[in-house]
Design a protein around this ligand. Structure first.
Ligand code: A2P
Length: 318
C-alpha cells in the first residue's frame, strides 16, 4: 500500500519502508547489501538512508543488483529517502551534500530529501555522538531555500524534515515557498505522537514513523517497546509477534513506517501485517500505554548550543 504526497509530483510514498540505520555500526556493507536485496525481492519498495548512516552505498549496490537480476524493471519502482546531516545544514552546503549522496547511491535523483535534525553543525562533522561545542542554530529560511533549490533542479522529487516539533514546523512554514511534504519522527506505541500527527494532518504534512519497534540495540534505541507487557499480551492473543503488533498499529494510524532489520526471517515477518487487524479493544489498550520517548536527543542539547533543554528541542516536556 502507498499514499500520495502533497506536491506537484505524482509519486506516492509506500507505507511500509525499510530502514537502514544502525549505530554503532555493526553490520558489514555486504550484510547490508544482501539484506536490502532480500527486502526488494520480498516486495519492500521504500528505502530510507542518510549521509550519516554509511548505508547509501550498499543501498545503491543492492538497487543496481535488483535491476540487473530483473527483480525490478526500473529505478522508478523504488522510493528512496536520504537526509541532509547537520554539518551540511547550511545554505551553500545543501546542493553538494545531495550530490554526494546521489553519487554514493549511484542515482540521478532521490524521491525524498529530509533535513535530518533542526540544528546545524560545523561543516565536515559526520559523527555521532555530535560534538556539542560545534552545534549552531539552524537558519531555517536559508537552509530550506537550499532544499527548494535541489528540488527545483530535479535532484529530489520531494523535500521534507525529520525530528521537527509543531513549533519548528510552524517556523519553517512561515517562510517556505514549498511546504515540507514529510516529517519523519520517532513513533511507536510508547511514543505515539498524537499532537504532532494532528498538527501535520491539518497542514497536509505526511508523517513517517521511525523506530516503530523502539530501535533496540542502537544509540537512539530502547528495548522498552519490545518488552512492553501490554504489547506482549496483544501479540499472544493475536498469535503475532510484538514487532508485528507495533507495525500493524503504525500502519493503522495512516502514517508510513520504516522498520530496520538485517535478518532475513525478520525482514519477511515484518511484511506480514496485511491480512489481519487489531481489534478495537487492542487499540484501546495501546491508547492507554504510558508514554515514554525512546530517543530524547540529549546529544543535541547543550549550554552553548541552540537548545539548552530538551523542552527547547521538542517544544514540549519530555
Ligand atoms: P535485526 O536487524 O537483528 O532484525 P526499529 O525498526 O524500531 O529501528 O528496530 C530495529 C531493531 O529491531 C533492530 O535491532 C532489529 O534487529 C530489530 N528487529 C527488526 N525486526 C524485528 C522483529 N520482527 N522481531 C524482533 N526484532 C526485530
Amino acid at each position: 500500500p502507498e499514499m500520495p504526497l502533497k506536491g506537484s509530483n505524482n509519486k506516492a510514498i509506500p507505507l511500509i519502508g525499510y530502514g537502514t540505520a544502525e549505530y554503532p555500526f555493526g553490520a558489514s556493507k555486504e550484510l547490508m547489501k544482501d539484506s536490502i536485496l532480500h527486502a526488494i525481492r520480498l516486495g519492500y519498495r521504500h528505502f530510507d538512508t542518510a549521509s550519516l548512516y554509511e548505508s547509501e552505498q550498499p543501498l545503491g549496490e543492492a538497487m543496481a543488483k535488483a535491476l540487473e537480476l530483473g527483480i525490478i524493471k526500473s529505478r522508478d519502482e523504488l522510493f528512496i529517502t536520504s537526509k541532509l546531516w547537520c554539518c551540511d545544514a547550511h545554505r551553500e552546503r545543501v546542493l553538494p551534500a545531495l550530490q554526494q549522496s546521489l553519487k554514493n547511491l549511484g542515482l540521478e535523483y532521490i524521491d525524498l530529501y529530509l533535513i535530518h535534525w533542526p540544528v546545524s553543525l560545523k561543516p565536515g562533522e559526520y559523527e555521532l555522538p555530535v560534538k556539542k561545542k560545534d552545534l549552531h542554530p539552524m537558519d531555517f529560511k536559508s537552509v530550506w531555500e537550499g532544499m527548494e533549490e535541489v528540488k527545483e533542479l530535479g535532484l529530489t522529487k520531494f523535500i521534507g524534515v525529520s525530528n521537527f516539533s509543531c513549533d519548528k514546523l510552524e517556523m519553517l512554514l512561515s517562510t517556505a515557498k514549498t511546504p515540507p511534504a514529510v516529517n519523519q519522527v520517532e513513533m511507536n506505541p510508547l511514543w505515539q505522537q498524537k499532537r504532532l500527527r494532528q498538527f501535520c494532518k491539518e497542514k497536509g504534512i505526511h508523517v513517517t514513523a521511525y523506530s516503530p519497534l523502539g530501535a533496540k540495540g542502537t544509540l537512539w534505541g530502547t528495548n522498552r517497546v519490545m518488552e512492553c507487557e501490554v504489547l506482549k499480551e496483544i501479540a499472544f492473543a493475536r498469535e503475532k509477534t510484538v514487532a508485528q503488533v507495533c507495525l500493524r498499529w503504525a500502519f493503522e494510524q495512516e502514517v508510513s513506517l520504516l522498520v530496520k532489520s538485517f535478518n532475513k526471517e525478520r525482514i519477511k515477518q515484518n511484511l506480514d501485517i496485511f491480512d489481519w487487524k487489531l481489534n478495537p479493544e487492542d487499540l484501546e489498550m495501546i491508547n492507554q500505554i504510558p508514554q515514554h520517548k525512546g530517543f530524547p536527543g540529549i546529544e543535541f542539547v547543550s549550554e552553548e548550543g541552540p537548545y539548552k533543554s530538551l523542552e527547547e528541542l521538542w517544544d514540549e516536556k519530555i
